[in-house]
Design a protein around this ligand. Structure first.
Ligand code: FES
Length: 204
């Protein structure tokens, strides 16, 4: 299970760039005037994007003030969802799914590789500062378990060797090819389709 770590080093201030300010205004306009709080998630994503993929506490305060909602309301949200990072992450941010389907297919081997090559503890930067890793709950790709997400891409059908290869590439500042490590197309059976075969004929 992932542990939320709030950075000990925090900037004193946060405010949106003019571009993000108008982006935030656009988000707010999507909701009725008395429901501005509905834009909390969208604004937190903007803060994270602006601040190198992590949200400082000043950013949480800023969003609360911007939407005129209590600080605790934004704090509860930001500490609940695993997609929000509360401390700096690497240029390559590895999120290993350790929920049951991935766990029974060997997710612990993936976290062992992360511990060995990135950092013994999750949410810490690698020695060369390029990578960090964390455990997360189900990423919705259980049929391709075990899997991990790196930045915006999914890496699936992994084993210890393939994960080692991927992590070594990241540590050398190279982004590996995402997708199935066993060359499955999305989540299709490895031996080819077993159903909806008539569609294949029509589309051929
Ligand atoms: S359990 Fe890992 S993706 Fe769903």
């Amino acid at each position: 299970m992932s542990i939320k770590k709030i950075s000990k080093t925090q900037p004193e201030k946060f405010e949106f760039t003019p571009e993000n300010f108008s982006e935030a205004e656009n988000e707010i306009e999507k909701y009725p005037k008395e429901k501005k709080a509905s834009a909390i998630l969208a604004l937190l994503h903007l803060v994270q994007k602006q601040n190198n993929n992590w949200i400082p506490l000043a950013g949480v305060k800023f969003v609360a003030k911007f939407l005129n909602v209590p600080y605790i309301k934004v704090y509860e949200i930001v500490t609940f969802y695993s997609m929000f990072n509360l401390s700096p992450v690497g240029k390559y941010f590895v999120q290993v799914c350790t929920t049951t389907p991935c766990m029974i297919r060997g997710a612990n081997k993936l976290t062992d590789v992360c511990k060995k090559y990135i950092s013994p503890k999750e949410n810490e930067l690698s020695e060369n500062k390029l990578c960090s890793w964390t455990e997360v709950e189900c990423l919705g790709a259980c049929v391709n378990a075990p899997m991990m997400q790196i930045n915006q891409d999914y890496f699936e059908d992994l084993d210890e060797n393939k994960t080692t290869e991927i992590i070594k590439q990241l540590l050398n500042d190279k982004f590996p090819e995402p997708g199935s490590a066993r060359n499955r197309k999305n989540n299709a059976p490895e031996e080819g389709k077993t159903t909806l075969l008539e569609l294949e004929v029509k589309n051929a």
